[in-house]
Design a protein around this ligand. Structure first.
Ligand code: URA
Length: 237
């Protein structure tokens, strides 16, 4: 990585103007990875430790939150071992290093939040915070009352009992059903495994809401910034 000039880095940290930062450097008040730097021209990378007068400094970071309507066929990891397209390819022009808060499978579409706020991502994905996630799925067959009941009470999947969930049929189409599912957990392929378990495998799956924040009319493949109101909707009970 090429890095940025130490004086610009110091300016980005809000320590001083670039000119003043140059002075701090030439005065020998700046250390890079425990070594005093008193010459201009040195470059800094993201993981470097920079200190001014013995105190560590880091750039001010604006917190960014966006929602994306993820199409099928994209992975939510930044890099994929099979070279598949990543959701980050869809989010251009944002000057921040964003990563998905939670994941969606390659073949799942719908609401995905990307952010550079690690605390927020943790709060959103940790089951303890019980943020509900709402999915619309087309499943094969028509689930009966007993199967729906089992789904809602909890299922044993790979040695784990799922937490109470909601399941309702929206409409039937031939030998399939369109259903709405609400879960509070985010285990790998959880909705698919739960549907499979009650004998009604998923045909298509879309996340339509996180908390009370809905995907609404955001077109597939498009994204928008979240405002404060959107963010508070996520954590509404
Ligand atoms: N559950 C799944 O099975 N897949 C997803 O992408 C999200 C939830």
């Amino acid at each position: 990585m090429p890095g940025i000039r130490l004086q610009k880095y110091l300016a980005d940290c809000g320590i001083a103007s670039r000119r003043k930062a140059e002075l701090l450097i030439t005065q020998g008040r700046v250390k890079l990875n425990n070594q005093t730097v008193d010459k201009l021209g040195v470059k800094v990378n993201e993981n470097d430790l920079v200190e001014v007068d013995g105190k560590p400094v880091s750039p001010k970071r604006e917190l960014v939150y966006i929602m994306l309507n993820k199409p099928e066929g994209y992975v939510t990891t930044v890099r994929d071992q099979f070279g598949r397209k990543s959701v980050n390819d869809l989010v251009k022009g944002v000057d921040a290093r964003l990563y998905p808060a939670g994941r969606l499978d390659h073949d799942t579409s719908g609401l995905l939040i990307l952010t550079n706020d690690g605390d927020f991502a943790y709060r959103l994905t940790h089951p303890r915070h019980e943020v509900k996630k709402t999915y619309h799925a087309q499943v094969s067959g028509i689930p009966c009352e007993n199967e729906i009941d089992n789904f809602q009470k909890g299922l044993d999947i790979e040695g784990y009992r799922t937490a109470p969930a909601k399941f309702r049929i929206l409409k039937r189409k031939g030998r399939t059903a369109f259903v709405e599912i609400i879960i509070h957990e985010g285990k790998n392929r959880q909705v698919r495994k739960m549907c499979e378990k009650i004998g009604h495998p998923v045909i298509t799956l879309k996340r339509v809401a996180i908390g009370n924040l809905r995907i609404g009319k955001l077109p597939c493949g498009k994204w928008r910034f979240l405002n404060k109101e959107d963010i508070s909707k996520i954590f509404e009970k």
